[in-house]
Design a protein around this ligand. Structure first.
Ligand SMILES: N[C@@H](CCC(=O)N[C@@H](CS)C(=O)NCC(=O)O)C(=O)O
Length: 212
């Protein structure tokens, strides 16, 4: 299986965490979606141009969540169970996964990419809305994490794969340092081997990006 991804990409980090948690091997294929030439080339494989993408002999699976669903179906007994067997518990995990993608990850991306634009092209209204949305999500995460170790209950799941990357970038873009339960949760995530493997690849790449 080939995983097409870029380490700086939040949704790629989500998929990588799932592979590492499950201990499933893959062949990495780096895609620089921010480079117009590389992106145009990649769109010949996947016209929407989005990463991550999982391909193989008889599979073509875009979308981080669907990749994780596939891993869980194909390797149900390998490593961490990312989507629980119990249907109700699984539904809660899927709900949190959607919330973190749509209302945490996407707003963080809005803030980040806006900050890279020249001032006349920036969109303060969209950025303000993104910050408001994140505050709402932080509000219920802080509440939930009072009684739970992880994003959906007490077991690590797909929801945590979805939460890590946006929270990592949020440290600089929309701090949660004043929220003790989210902060403690983030520290718990930072201790996981899967997260440390992602960071081992991400931190040097970020240093390179920041020194440009
Ligand atoms: N819903 C998709 C989102 C994927 C996504 O937006 N990926 C970004 C990188 S984090 C991307 O490919 N951006 C390039 C582009 O939009 O052209 C998923 O969960 O995989």
């Amino acid at each position: 299986m080939k995983l097409h991804y870029s380490i700086q990409s939040t949704y790629s980090q989500k998929a990588l965490l799932a592979f590492y948690e499950k201990g499933v091997d893959f062949t990495p294929v780096q895609v620089s979606v921010l480079d117009p030439v590389a992106s145009a080339e990649y769109k010949k494989t996947y016209p929407l141009g989005k990463i991550p993408l999982l391909t193989g002999d008889d599979i073509f699976i875009p979308e981080s969540t669907i990749i994780i669903e596939y891993l869980e179906n194909e390797f149900p007994v390998s490593g961490t169970k990312l989507i629980p067997e119990d249907k109700t518990v699984a539904r809660r995990v899927r709900f949190k996964d959607r919330v973190f993608d749509l209302y945490l990850n996407n707003p963080i991306a809005t803030i980040f990419f806006d900050s890279l634009k020249p001032i006349e092209k920036q969109n303060p209204e969209a950025v303000a809305k993104a910050h408001q949305t994140i505050d709402v999500v932080y509000g219920f995460m802080e509440q939930d994490l009072k009684n739970n170790n992880f994003a959906s209950g007490n077991e690590f799941s797909m929801a945590d794969c979805a939460a890590f990357a946006p929270l990592f970038y949020a440290q600089k873009l929309h701090s949660f340092a004043h929220l003790p339960n989210i902060s403690a949760y983030f520290n718990r995530l930072m201790q996981r081997k899967s997260v440390q493997r992602v960071l081992a690849e991400l931190l040097p790449a970020l240093e390179k990006f920041n020194s440009k």
